[in-house]
Design a protein around this ligand. Sequence first.
Ligand code: FES
Ligand code: FES
Length: 161
Amino acid sequence: MTTALPLSVEVNGEHVETQVLPRTSLADFLREQLKLTGTHVGCEHGVCGACTVRINGEIVRSCLMLAVQANGASVETIEGISDSGEIADLQAAFRERNALQCGFCTPAMLITAQDLLAQNAEPDRAAIREHLSGNYCRCTGYQAIIDAVEATVKSRRALRP
Ligand code: FES
Ligand code: FES
């Protein structure tokens, strides 16, 4: 029998003190123990990007990380990032440009796009494509997603003083 280990982590700004089995991935912990099901699980081996979350501000594939490795860290999922309003314009652009169909890839796509825009406020289409290239979408053909991110670049530019 495997013993659960203590886990102390901040998730979307809230302190969580719990126990978790050592083999539980961060993705499964978020989805199953915390019911944060916006973090999706596709390939479970680091290829599709659907499980992307932010840890201490950096994007990470939560299927490749054990929950216990997040001990002491600050984890942000699509629920927290969306509720804060941080990506409201990006979400609106995805809606307006039909950049989502089934929606499976969308939470991670939004987090990854926001990560790019935080590092580079003026990415061109090639840079957007490159940054999102680790996130698979089986529905849209990517063009509309690139359009939506590009539209957000322009709308944020217009808001800058
Ligand atoms: S589920 Fe994590 S990369 Fe595919
Ligand atoms: S919208 Fe279906 S996988 Fe991207």
